[in-house]
Design a binder for this molecule. Structure first.
Ligand code: AYL
Length: 535
């Protein structure tokens, strides 16, 4: 079946991200709070943020960085992330956002693949950043360490150099529809992580598509604990909150007590989370010690939210609980339960086990992966399951330097094949039921099996390996599990495999279970038969 968004189309202006977010800002909005650093209490107003963005863009331009250049950002959420990120885009350059927990070799891989010629980081990440910069041959003056004021003679520019100089923003011109604004990395439906080329138009579109459903206003205070380097935090928090003139309370990492304290002390009204946070909010006794009455809305995305769990959080905290679905390749939100389902759809209680309806300006298909035929539309109940296909202005331009992977993902009619299995009800409400693709998610983060398999094969006691996602009996969460074939006569146990992987990758990519087998089941063409492993 084929269906469109039930929401009216929105206007998507043909402008850059910067113009869209700040081009029409009113004088009386400049003094409003854009960003709060709860640790130091520092507040950045919209006026200050815009000045900082201009300064970053001006400094980059003075260094010859502009259209066609790529700059990496390696940082957890800090207020300066916003100025650096938007400064890069304002200069006409492309930002590649790197997971702050990556190891040096993971960082180097992304820098090399994206062609980044500059990297911006902060001192806690300096060691990895420096090793990666050395590996790809970036000179000291192209590694910016924002908070390293004391390293004056290190050759690394810092925030005082970059922002303090206050250089004027350059005039740049590009086509927002085709110019790549950001390159986050995703493994998509198969293989190794790839640069997801998202245009200015993609990013503008998704904020515009979210606007009527998200319910964010200038009176909202939004807690920003999901990382800005991941597309969820980038679009749904950073860009959407700034567009709506809300305030962001910026947290560099999740800590339950700090999360609760910040909601209470800053009278946070909206929280965007991934399912593991919902578990803590539903179950932890400490939650009762805080006044969280300011919170009116919470949205979960990036992995399936258990219905009961979501309801438990909504009841305990007395708020609207919503769920969204999407992919990095969709900028990312393609489906959402709207903030006000009653007004928009005439629905009292939208099902929280669903991921809601297609965002405005978009079209969907549900296609039987076996036959390639569209499944029939249900008159009642749910349709047969099929692969969810999505078309709209938020569909990525493609994977960087990878025409094959792009063609395998976006078809000739412009539909992106998500690799997720969904069912749909007669109103067009989508229920994600399974994943067809190889991707594993640990706590909402991507774990690319192909990357772990390649790493396991570098171990001299391992003859062959395959990695799949399994549900951990204890936590009920998806975890990466490795199937390992030992080299003849080699002795290697579970602990050694786990430690080997853990020493080479970011924590979320660790293998968390190991099974030794005689041979990895493969098809005639050599493809790992993941279904057989699952069984
Ligand atoms: P990536 N339910 C089930 N699976 C989900 C959901 C969900 N609500 N959201 C994302 N996924 C899975 O690029 C699905 O397999 O996501 C999808 O193909 O890291 C994959 O995650 C994409 O992984 C929001 C808020 C989307 C966040 C997101 C994050 C998307 C980034 C919509 O409202």
């Amino acid at each position: 079946m084929s269906f469109t968004s039930p929401f009216p189309d929105v206007e998507i202006p043909e402008v850059s991200v910067h113009e869209f977010l700040f081009g029409t800002i009113a004088d009386d909005e400049l003094g409003r709070t854009a960003l709060v650093d709860p640790k130091s209490g520092a507040v950045t107003s919209y006026g200050e943020l815009i000045a900082q963005i201009d300064a970053v863009a001006g400094w980059l331009a003075s260094r010859g960085v502009g259209v066609g250049d790529v700059v990496g950002i390696l940082s957890p959420n800090i207020p300066a992330f916003a100025s650096v990120f938007h400064g890069i885009l304002r200069a006409g350059a492309t930002a590649t956002t790197i997971n702050a927990l990556f190891t040096a070799s993971e960082i180097a891989k992304q820098l090399r693949d994206s062609g980044a010629e500059m990297l911006v980081t902060i001192s806690p990440m300096f060691e990895q950043a420096k090793a990666a910069a050395d590996e790809v041959g970036l000179p000291a003056e192209n590694l910016i360490v924002l908070d390293a004021a004391g390293q004056a003679d290190s050759g690394h520019p810092n925030a005082a150099d970059v922002i303090g100089a206050g250089l004027p923003a350059p005039q740049v011109s590009f086509d927002p529809a085709t110019h790549v604004a950001v390159l986050p990395y995703s493994s998509g439906t198969t293989g190794n992580p790839k640069g997801v080329a998202l245009s200015h138009r993609n990013l503008v579109a998704n904020v515009a598509q979210l606007k009527p459903l998200q319910g964010m206003t200038p009176d909202d205070v939004v807690i920003a604990v999901l990382p800005f380097f991941h597309i969820y935090g980038m679009t749904v928090l950073l860009n959407a909150a700034l567009f709506n003139r809300s305030s962001l309370v910026v947290m560099p990492r999740f800590d339950l007590v700090e999360f609760l304290e910040n909601i209470q002390n800053h009278e946070v009204t909206m929280a965007y989370i991934a399912p593991p946070v919902a578990v803590a909010l539903a179950k932890h006794p400490i939650v009762d010690d805080y006044d969280l009455s300011s919170l009116h809305t919470m949205m979960s995305g990036a992995a399936p939210l258990d219905d009961e769990l979501g309801q438990a959080v909504a009841r305990r905290l007395d708020l609207h609980m919503l769920q969204g679905y999407g992919m990095s390749e969709l900028s990312p939100v393609s489906h959402l339960i709207p903030f006000d389902a009653k007004a928009l759809l005439g629905l009292e209680d939208p099902p929280l086990s669903s991921t809601g309806w297609p965002v405005p300006n978009s079209e969907n298909k549900i296609v039987d992966p076996g036959t390639g035929d569209e499944v029939s539309a249900p008159t009642e109940g749910l349709s047969e399951p099929g692969e969810l296909w999505v078309k709209g202005p938020n569909v990525m331009l493609g994977y960087l330097n990878n025409e094959q992977a792009t063609a395998d993902t976006i078809d000739a009619d412009g539909f992106l094949h998500t690799g997720d299995l969904a069912q749909v009800d007669p109103t067009g409400c989508v229920f994600i039921v399974d994943r067809l693709k190889e991707l594993i998610k640990y706590k909402g983060y991507q774990v690319p099996p192909a990357e772990l398999e390649a790493l396991l094969l570098t171990h001299d006691k391992i003859a062959d390996a395959a990695v799949i996602g399994v549900i951990d009996a204890e936590s009920g969460e998806e975890i990466p599990k490795a199937f390992v074939v030992r080299q003849p006569d080699a002795e290697i146990g579970e602990a050694e495999v786990i430690e080997f992987v853990a020493s080479k990758v970011a924590p979320h990519k660790k293998v968390r279970a190991v099974e030794f087998i005689e041979a990895i089941p493969k098809s005639a063409s050599g493809k790992i038969l993941r279904k057989d492993l699952r069984e």
